[in-house]
Design a binder for this molecule. Structure first.
Ligand code: ZN
Length: 267
């Protein structure tokens, strides 16, 4: 499939694999990448031949998160402009992946940070390689109340989510496996094969039954208040963008080259 600039879409039997494709920028998610991913996910959701959707990243890292350089151009956004931008491109996009009417698997290597981490956790399952690490450092680095979709407690449990968000620390793939966030942990060289094996195993199941069981599992979370909590957090997150703390933390980040998070990633 062609026509995309910042993602790659491959059809491998019953699997549609949608990959971030900005490896030289650690697959930072810019607007075009997110628009393309939304389009590709919608097409894969509609295509009856696709039984499982894999979200992946080309190169050494899954994704370092939103493109902060591009984000700098939104510094002067009004509250209304930022709300509209993040609602459509970040929040609605993530929920679209969550609500995909077929199973989704995230294939993770290297950095899976901030918005990358948020997107990975919108998928039903995660296959990670041993070099993968997960973090949402934005309380510490940006002065923001976590990322836009507060998926962390659902996948990590309440206490580990607090630990990770307060400190900004990385979770290793092994920690992710032990807390149940990571579904399969494999060697880096086996990552693609293991993910496709899992996808193909799932694809053997009758698709309507899969769709229904996913719906039931998600509805159970919704009955516990999952979606209402996400909605509430999104508004709280927007409040955190409007604070003096955020402004000062952001300016400090800009003056030190924006990418403290990125240089931390290289360590
Ligand atoms: Zn935001």
């Amino acid at each position: 499939m062609s026509g995309y600039h910042d993602i790659e879409v491959e059809r491998i039997g019953p699997v549609a694999r949608i990959s971030h494709n900005r490896p030289e920028l650690r697959n930072a998610e810019n607007t075009r990448l997110l628009e393309e991913m939304m389009d590709a996910a919608e097409r894969a959701s509609r295509d009856d031949g696709v039984r499982v959707i894999v979200i992946a990243g080309k190169g050494d890292h899954f994704s370092a998160g939103h493109d902060l350089k591009e984000g700098a151009s939104r510094r002067d956004f009004t509250v209304e402009q930022r709300y509209a931008h993040e609602e459509r491109l970040f929040y609605d996009f993530c929920l679209k992946i969550w609500d995909a009417p077929k199973p989704t698997i995230c294939q993770v290597q290297g950095a899976c940070v901030a918005a990358g981490f948020m997107l990975a956790n919108m998928c039903d399952l995660i296959v990670a390689s041993e070099d993968a690490f997960f973090a949402d450092p934005v309380v510490q680095t940006l002065g923001a109340a976590a990322v836009e979709v507060l998926i962390h407690p659902t996948v990590l449990g309440h206490r580990l989510a607090m630990d990770m968000l307060y400190t900004g620390r990385r979770l290793t793939a092994a920690e992710g496996l032990s807390c149940g966030m990571v579904s399969r942990l494999v060697a880096r060289s086996d990552l693609e094969t293991a993910t496709l094996e899992l996808a193909n195993q799932i694809a053997k199941a009758p698709p309507f039954a899969l769709k229904l069981v996913k719906r039931s599992l998600h509805r159970a979370l919704d009955m516990q208040g999952f979606r209402a909590a996400l909605d509430a957090h999104f508004d709280t997150h927007q409040l955190s963008h409007a604070t003096q703390e955020f402004k000062e933390t952001w300016e400090r980040g800009l003056s030190s080259g924006i990418t403290r998070g990125k240089s931390a990633m290289r360590r």
